[in-house]
Design a protein around this ligand. Structure first.
Ligand SMILES: Cc1ncc(COP(=O)(O)O)c(C=O)c1O
Length: 415
C-alpha cells in the first residue's frame, strides 16, 4: 500500500476569498488498530511503470543525475516527448505540443494568464457548465483580477447529473447573449464525478464555441485522460477546430505526479501563435523529468501498463460502487473506467470529514463549492484504492460508521 500523503505544502491560495482544494486541513485519524485507507488525492493507486521504478532505483540513475545537473537540458524545447505525444495521438506535425514543468496545473495557470488577457480590450472570462477541478476558479481570478467586463470566473452549471445536451443548451444560450470572449473550461473525465463526455459531445461543445463573431476558446482538461484509450482523447480535435487547447499530464494514469510534468496540445494557427509568442517554455523541463517522460510515453511501456491498470480500475470501481450502494450511499453519474467518483450519504451533512476522522482519506465535496452550488460536505470525492481488499475494508468501516451514526445522529448528521 502506498503511504497516504496529506500535503503539508497545500496550495495556500486564499485569493479574493476563494479557497483552494488543498487548503483545508486534512487530519486523517490514525487509529491504533487500523491502517489508514487512502481514497483521497488523485494520484494512481497502482503506481507507475516498473521501467521507471527500476531506473530511479538504479546506480546509473544517480550517475546520470549528477552528470546532467550542471548543464542545461539537452532538449531545450522538450521536443522529444512532444514528438512522442504527436505519435501517440496520431497528430499532424503542425499540431503544437508543449511540455511544462509544474504539471498540468502550471499549464492551466499559464494558459489562463495568457488567454484571458490576449485581447486587452476584451478581456475574456472563464465559463463552466459542470463541476470541475476547483483550482480553475482561483487561477482565473489570479490571472485576471481587474476584469471590467464582469466576474472573471463564472459557472452556469445546472444540477449534477443534468444530461450533456441540456448543459450544452445553456452554454449556447449564454454564448448567443454575450459578445465578450469566453474560455469554456471542461475537464474530461470530470473531476469530481468521473463522468466522460464522448468525442461527439465534445464536438458539439466546440461547435457552440467556435463562432465567427467571437474569440471563444475551449480548454479540455484531460488530467485523467489516460483512463481512456487515446482515440477518445480530444487531442485529435485540435486538427479540426481552431480554438482548442487540450491539457494532459503524467500525474494520474502514468502514476508520476512527483515529476510535475504536464503538456498542452494546441490547435494550429492563431492559438499556437499566441502560445508561442507569450509562453517562454525554453529549457522549462529539466533533463531528468524529460528522460522519465520519454520512457513512460514509449508505446511499449505506456500501452501494456495502461491496459493493465484500466482493467483493474473497472474491477475495483465496480466493487466499490456495489459496496457503497448496498450501504445506501448515492453514487452520482460516473464512468466505470475513471478512478474517481462523487458520492453522497443522504442526510449526512459532514460525510467527508466523518470518513477522514475515521481513517479514510477522501476529498471533501465542500472543496468544490466555488465551482458548483450543489457541492458540500455531504459529498465526498473518492479515488479508488489499489486493491479489492482495501475496498472491502473501506465498505466494512463505512458500514460500521453509518450504523454508529444511526445510534448517535449528532456525530454524522450535524454540520
Ligand atoms: C482535472 C485536473 N486538472 C489538473 C490537475 C493538476 O494535475 P497535475 O498538475 O498533477 O498534472 C488535476 C489534479 O488533481 C486535476 O484533477
Amino acid at each position: 500500500m502506498m503511504p497516504i500523503r496529506t500535503p503539508p505544502d497545500r496550495l495556500a491560495a486564499d485569493y479574493a476569498g476563494r479557497r483552494s482544494n488543498h487548503e483545508q486541513e486534512r487530519e486523517i485519524a490514525v487509529l491504533p488498530d487500523l491502517e489508514p485507507l487512502d481514497l483521497g488525492l488523485g494520484h494512481s493507486p497502482f503506481g507507475c511503470p516498473s521501467e521507471i521504478l527500476k531506473m530511479v532505483q538504479s546506480p546509473q540513475f544517480a550517475s546520470l543525475y549528477s552528470d546532467t545537473i550542471q548543464v542545461y537540458p539537452e532538449d531545450r524545447w522538450s521536443s522529444r516527448p512532444a514528438d512522442q505525444v504527436r505519435d501517440r495521438f496520431n497528430l499532424a506535425p503542425e499540431v503544437h505540443v508543449s511540455f511544462a514543468s509544474g504539471g498540468s496545473y502550471r499549464i492551466l495557470h499559464s494558459i489562463l494568464t495568457t488567454l484571458t488577457d490576449w485581447d486587452p480590450k476584451k478581456k475574456a472570462g472563464v465559463i463552466a457548465v459542470a463541476p470541475h477541478f476547483p483550482n480553475i476558479a482561483t487561477l482565473t481570478d489570479m490571472a485576471n483580477p481587474n476584469n471590467h467586463n464582469g466576474p472573471a470566473y463564472q459557472s452556469i452549471a445546472p444540477p449534477i447529473g443534468t444530461p450533456f445536451h441540456e448543459r450544452l443548451a445553456l452554454l449556447r444560450q449564454n454564448r448567443l447573449n454575450d459578445d465578450r470572449p469566453k474560455i469554456v473550461f471542461v475537464d474530461n473525465p470530470c473531476n469530481p464525478t468521473g463522468e466522460v463526455a464522448s468525442l461527439e459531445k465534445l464536438e458539439l461543445l466546440l461547435e457552440a464555441t467556435n463562432r465567427d463573431d467571437t474569440t471563444d476558446i475551449a480548454i479540455i482538461d484531460e488530467a485523467y485522460g489516460d483512463a481512456l484509450p487515446c482515440n477518445e482523447s480530444a487531442a485529435q480535435l485540435c486538427q479540426r477546430y481552431p480554438n482548442l487547447v487540450v491539457v494532459r499530464g503524467l500525474s494520474k494514469g502514468l502514476g508520476l505526479p512527483d515529476i510535475r510534468l504536464g503538456y498542452a496540445i494546441i490547435s494550429p494557427g492563431t492559438l499556437t501563435e499566441i502560445w508561442r509568442n507569450s509562453m517562454d517554455l525554453v529549457f522549462d523541463v529539466g533533463g531528468i523529468p524529460q528522460l522519465l517522460a520519454s520512457i513512460a510515453l514509449r508505446p511499449e511501456v505506456a500501452d501494456p501498463f495502461l491496459a493493465e491498470i484500466r482493467e483493474k480500475t473497472i474491477a475495483i470501481k465496480m466493487h466499490l460502487i456495489h459496496g457503497l450502494s448496498s450501504l445506501g450511499i448515492d453514487i452520482l453519474p460516473t464512468d466505470k473506467r475513471v478512478p474517481i467518483m462523487l458520492v453522497r450519504a443522504p442526510n449526512c451533512l459532514n460525510f467527508s470529514h466523518f470518513l477522514t476522522r475515521h481513517g479514510i482519506a477522501a476529498e471533501s465535496g465542500a472543496d468544490f463549492a466555488d465551482v458548483h452550488p450543489e457541492m458540500n460536505n455531504s459529498m465526498a470525492r473518492l479515488r479508488i484504492p489499489g486493491t479489492i481488499e482495501e475496498v472491502d475494508e473501506a465498505i466494512r468501516r463505512i458500514g460500521a460508521l453509518l450504523r454508529e451514526a444511526a445510534l448517535d445522529p449528532e456525530a454524522c448528521f450535524a454540520k
